[in-house]
Design a protein around this ligand. Structure first.
Ligand code: G
Ligand code: G
Ligand code: MN
Ligand code: NA
Length: 254
């Protein structure tokens, strides 16, 4: 209950912010989009990481409110960048397993897009493979409904969540985000190279896009390019940035 009150207060007192990490196209070198990452700046506790507060929000039933806040703010930030002349970015927003259980989720997303004046293709919804596989039958139904609305779903932390090829197809996924645990050691570990290569080639055969997460070195980037990975995200390009920093980062690259 104490934590529930702290989370409610944090929402009221605007202690939550979003950070934005660029996603880079490996052929053109252009920033294609950003991932919105929730941040909680608590006056006494300092920066509380999402790995701690998202599970708390789920446990006390506030993850719907928090998820809606993140979705709405991310959408309006993208609109603001467009109005300031930043072209062509997509906005990726993380969904938690519990948001998938909310029957009003597709309608909520419709409303937010409408209010922000965005099209479905402007948004990417990231769902971890593990969250999708908690109740895969239900996930198939929700992801189908989102797909019918023209929304793109990325399977996050891919390779850690035990999905099967048949589910990948039924999830109607648009993109696989290769988990950073496989990317970290591709320069030194032949098994990780084999796993990453297999994911990229399988995705390509299935008509899915690929993005590698946690790319930190030129050597990792070279291997990913050789294998035909579409996009990358990681400290090599940029850490998660404030809205102002992100805009400057994109303009510098143009
Ligand atoms: O940068 P970072 O430590 O913040 O991200 C840690 C994890 O928190 C990531 O796995 C990310 O998916 C998750 N996360 C960040 N923002 C959100 C959000 O808005 N909703 C949900 N459900 N998870 C988020
Ligand atoms: O949603 P997801 O689990 O993908 O969130 C990405 C997490 O990985 C965030 O915590 C983000 O800050 C972190 N991250 C992003 N780029 C890098 C990177 O290059 N290296 C490492 N170690 N972490 C990263
Ligand atoms: Mn993510
Ligand atoms: Na991830």
């Amino acid at each position: 209950l104490a934590m529930e009150n702290a989370l409610r207060r944090a929402l009221e007192r605007q202690q939550f912010t979003l950070a934005f990490q660029p996603m880079v196209d490996l052929r053109s070198g252009h920033v294609t989009g950003v991932e919105a990452l929730l941040r909680w700046r608590h006056p006494e506790l300092g920066n509380v990481p999402p790995a701690e507060f998202v599970p708390l929000a789920e446990a006390c039933g506030l993850v719907g409110t928090l998820g809606e806040w993140a979705l709405r703010n991310a959408a309006f930030q993208l609109k603001a960048w467009r109005d300031r002349g930043l072209p062509g970015l997509t906005m990726a927003v993380n969904l938690s397993a519990m948001q998938l259980q909310q029957t009003q989720l597709p309608a909520l997303i419709d409303n937010v897009l409408h209010e922000a004046g965005l099209a479905p293709q402007d948004l990417e919804l990231e769902l971890t493979e593990g969250a999708a596989m908690q109740d895969p039958q239900h996930a198939v139904a929700v992801l189908q409904a989102l797909h019918e609305r023209g929304l793109r779903v990325s399977i996050d932390d891919f390779g850690t969540g035990h999905s099967s090829l048949s589910y990948l197809k039924r999830f109607r996924a648009y993109k696989l985000k290769i988990d950073q645990s496989f990317v970290r050691d591709i320069s030194v570990d032949a098994d990780d190279r084999a796993i990453v290569s297999a994911i990229i080639h399988m995705a390509s055969s299935l008509g899915l896009q690929t993005i590698a997460e946690g790319v930190e070195t030129e050597a990792q980037l070279r291997f990913l390019r050789q294998q035909g990975c579409d996009e990358a995200q990681g400290y090599l390009f940029s850490r998660p940035l404030s809205a102002v920093q992100l805009e400057a980062f994109v303009r510098d690259l143009q």
